[in-house]
Ligand binder design. Structure first.
Ligand SMILES: [Zn+2]
Length: 497
């Protein structure tokens, strides 16, 4: 007897199989496509903007397999007069409040616990509670015997874990710890000069040693000295968002054989508030301040100090429809007035993140009509709006359809074809719940079809002695003519209870 009323159990089994197959399929696709990407990538011409120490923006151009043979172009594509050894500036990445939404999912331990010191004998970690507007403290370990040395909280050093009210108020964001800098990795440009070897010695002048941490805790900029195990508030400023290290100023040298000299040898900090970028010295004294123009206040940007009265701000925005990235460079004075502005659009040099390729990759990975179709019709229009390429999402739907109709057709047609195969199989084996299965395959495509095929054993088929049709023999009567199948002749090995 066939149990005609039970669909949930086989359907659940088929769904589990479909999900499993879907994951394997997507993984295999990512793997194959990344192999393709790697091959094609090695032959690409990469052009990316770099900022020379005098604040000029130029394009660094090289084949992706040969960085040594790079040359430089101006933003309008002419050859730039730049020496390969001219110093380029590392911008300070200062996120805004708006553009980095908190991650909606759980913060894993690798994000909540971060090593912060480079000292030889001890290792300090910052431990965050994982809450959006959460708390954090430092814990130190002796590297020799692996014993806990103690903790650092708002009240300084202590031997027990600081109570929540004594911890630092640190907001987690997408760029986790964008409000904490460890001078060891923040002052990257030092690595090329004399600073590499002196982790255990105090640097001369007003340079920030690697055991100093700066962090924003509420309205306070706090410095934590991991060596002296002290905590000090160096500055109070309202609405601080991010802090970063600023590269020292350089200028073209008149000396022979030396092209550039460092003007300002101090380590400086850039603190971004909702209104301005404030440049501070290690003691928290304001050195200079650049008000942020309105149009940049909600944008994440790279900040470059060009000279004492000029700053350069760079924003980048992916162009999802046209492809590539749009860069905006704004030079401003210390009154916040825009002095000059340049725009440039560069092709994306990643194969995978190419806007023209991405929907196809997603389609190959997730050939599921019910997920893919509404997915591209909502995600892409909202991205076009985000990148400024469309005014409103509903208007962008037409653009998406015009661009991607072959792909949408392909994925939905695959669902129809597989649903037809499913229908035929249902009829061939005279199985119940045909429309449930057909609908399942129609909506969920290839993974659902695989789940359907493998969720059960299919009955053996044989010709019916009465009507000669090929029919499944998992029942007592032929489904085509209704005749009962004859009982097989006894062979003598049957057991009668
Ligand atoms: Zn029959």
């Amino acid at each position: 007897m066939i149990e005609r009323n039970r669909i949930w159990q086989p359907w659940f089994l088929a769904t589990v199989l479909a999900v499993g197959f879907g994951i394997v399929w997507a993984t295999a696709m990512v793997w194959c496509l990344s192999m393709v990407a790697e091959r094609s990538h090695s032959l690409r011409l990469i052009r990316r903007p770099v900022v020379r120490a005098d604040g000029a923006v130029i394009l660094e151009c090289f084949m992706s397999n040969c960085y040594m043979n790079r040359h430089f172009e101006t933003l309008d594509g002419k050859r730039a007069d730049v020496h390969r050894r001219d110093p380029m500036m590392d911008g300070t990445w200062l996120v805004s409040e708006k553009e980095s939404p908190e991650m909606p999912w759980f913060y894993f331990w690798d994000r909540r616990a971060k090593p912060v010191s480079e000292q030889r004998a001890t290792r300090w970690y910052i431990i965050h509670d994982g809450q959006k507007n959460g708390k954090a403290y430092f814990v130190g370990y002796d590297l020799k015997d692996c014993q806990c040395i103690g903790y650092l909280g708002r009240n300084g050093f202590q031997l027990t874990e600081p109570a929540p009210e004594d911890q630092f108020a640190i907001r987690l964001r997408e760029a986790v710890y964008s409000s904490v800098i460890c001078s060891g990795d923040e002052f990257r440009w030092r690595r090329n000069d004399d600073f590499e070897e002196i982790h255990d010695q105090a640097p001369a002048g007003s340079r920030i040693p690697p055991w100093m941490i700066y962090l924003i805790s509420g309205d306070q900029l706090v410095t934590v000295n991991l060596r002296a195990r002290t905590v000090k508030v160096v500055r109070e400023l309202p609405n601080m968002i991010t802090v970063g290290g600023v590269e020292p100023l350089k200028k073209k040298s008149k000396e022979k054989g030396k092209r550039w000299t460092t003007v300002d040898n101090r380590d400086l900090l850039a603190v971004r508030t909702d209104q301005a970028v404030v440049v501070l010295d290690p003691q928290g004294r304001e050195v200079r301040r650049f008000p942020i123009p309105k149009s940049l206040q909600t944008r994440d940007f790279q900040f470059y100090q060009v000279d004492p009265t000029t700053a350069l701000i760079q924003t980048a925005r992916a162009l999802y429809h046209q492809g590539g990235e749009k860069y905006r460079f704004v030079w401003l004075n210390n009154q916040g007035d825009i002095q000059r502005e340049e725009l440039c659009r560069l092709p994306s040099y990643s194969f995978m993140n190419n806007a023209k390729v991405e929907p196809w990759i997603a389609g190959a990975m997730i050939p599921v009509p019910i997920l893919y179709t509404p997915g591209v019709l909502t995600i892409l229009p909202s991205r076009y709006v985000e990148s400024g390429e469309a005014a409103d999402p509903s208007g962008a739907v037409g653009t998406v359809l015009a661009d991607l109709w072959p792909l949408l057709l392909l994925i939905n047609a695959s669902g129809v074809v597989l649903a037809w195969l499913c229908y035929r199989r249902q009829k061939r084996y005279a199985q119940p719940w045909t429309w449930v299965w057909v609908g399942f395959v129609l909506l969920f495509g290839l993974p659902a079809f695989v789940g359907y095929l493998f969720h059960r054993r299919w009955p053996a088929e044989a010709a019916c002695p009465a009507c000669e049709a090929t029919v499944p023999r998992d029942r007592e009567a032929c489904f085509a003519c209704g005749e009962e199948f004859p009982t097989p002749a006894p062979t003598g090995v049957e057991i009668f209870a």
